[in-house]
Design a protein around this ligand. Structure first.
Ligand SMILES: *Cc1c(COP(=O)(O)O)cnc(C)c1O
Length: 355
């Protein structure tokens, strides 16, 4: 006997990257930050008072939300704190999209969007990015024409790591009359010389909802903390649909400790950027085609004579996990590789050279 709704019966579950935790395994497959979180996070954990768990946590994580607002030069009413970015994505669909309407995605992209749309029971319109992973010309008009109520754009793009300049996002936000969900999961790794400023998007466009997460930039994927930045026109309705106590007391304190230690976080980002250049160069020299990444991963097309899936399997055999997207046509000859520490990357490059 099946008890679930028809759309749940019909849908396939999201397939996360393999989470194998064994000694000697090098995980370069789920884009975690290779460096530990700020030492202030463990200090904050040591200060946590278990007796306080008797009471409910601050429902909107006010203290953390204020620290986030301050960091971005926005106000508390522009912030919603969530239990991971994935919760924000789910809430956004539930809040802004009728089940009779649709979302839009530009493929290839984060495959969770389509899973969440299927679970919600709404439709999905698919656009294709071009060969440089850029969105179509006049994308705003195309979106309006499609009737999609919410469009998902990941910037820097996953899985290629390429970045769309903020001016182009502004144009899109102005042209599109639905909600533009801008997934900035990897924005912390963008070269600071590019001066990408998302706060201005939030101030100038009331239809832009930005996702930020502690999982990648702040080395806290295990904590499950993230936030949304948007105008009150979007934050207000999201506040209605979130669980009353969606983030717990301990996570709020640890996330705040992490975000208040910008110096430490910036240092890890800088190291990742340095290693990103090293890995990109080494792979290009070895014949891989690698677009410039502004993220903490690169997308590498394997050279002639190698097969991506076989390369993925050969690396796995040696305890090195990278991501291979079997089901995406345009990714069949490519591997997505997370940037690790210098030692991690050396191990990867040596293993590839030996193939
Ligand atoms: C990691 C990631 C997220 C959010 O992850 P959480 O761990 O749930 O915060 C969102 N979008 C993309 C593209 C990601 O890679």
């Amino acid at each position: 006997m099946a008890y679930e709704r028809k759309n749940i019966q019909a849908m396939a579950a999201y397939v996360p990257g393999e989470q194998i935790d064994a000694p000697g395994i090098l995980k370069l497959n789920t884009n975690e930050n290779p460096y530990p979180p700020s030492p202030r996070v463990s200090e904050a954990l040591a200060r946590c008072d278990v007796a306080r768990l008797r009471q409910y946590p601050p429902p909107t994580a006010r203290s953390l939300a204020n620290a986030i607002a301050k960091l971005h030069g926005l106000s508390g009413e522009n912030v919603i704190v969530t239990n991971g970015g994935d919760e924000l994505l789910r809430m956004a669909i539930a809040t802004f999209v009728e089940t009779t309407q649709s979302i839009a995605v530009a493929r290839p992209t984060y495959t969770l969007y389509q899973v969440l749309a299927a679970a919600h029971g709404c439709g999905m319109t698919v656009f294709e990015l071009d060969d440089n992973w850029h969105m179509p010309d006049n994308y705003g008009e195309l979106l309006n024409h499609s009737g999609a109520r919410m469009a998902f754009l990941v910037n820097p793009h996953a899985p290629s790591g390429t970045l769309v300049p903020v001016a182009q996002i502004k144009e899109l936000a102005a042209a599109y009359n639905g909600v533009l969900l801008l997934d900035e999961a990897y924005i912390d790794f963008v070269d600071p010389d590019i001066a990408y400023d998302s706060a201005q998007l939030v101030r100038d466009h009331d239809n832009v909802l930005i996702l930020r997460t502690f999982s990648k930039g702040y080395s806290l994927a295990g904590l499950r903390m993230a936030y949304g930045l948007a105008s009150p026109a979007l934050i207000g309705p999201l506040m209605k649909t979130k669980d009353s106590y969606n983030t717990d007391l301990i996570s709020q304190a640890l996330a705040q400790a992490a975000i208040e230690d910008q110096e430490y976080a910036h240092d890890t980002w800088k190291r990742v950027r340095g290693e990103r250049a090293v890995v990109t160069q080494a792979l290009r020299k070895a014949g891989y085609v690698v677009p410039d990444s502004q993220s903490n991963f690169i997308l590498a097309a394997v050279p002639q004579g190698l097969e991506a899936e076989a390369t993925y399997l050969a690396l796995k055999e040696q305890g090195i996990l990278v991501r291979y997207f079997k089901s995406e046509d345009r990714l069949q000859d490519k591997l997505r590789i997370t940037i690790g520490t210098p030692e991690d990357n050396r191990r990867l490059l040596d293993a590839l050279a030996a193939l």
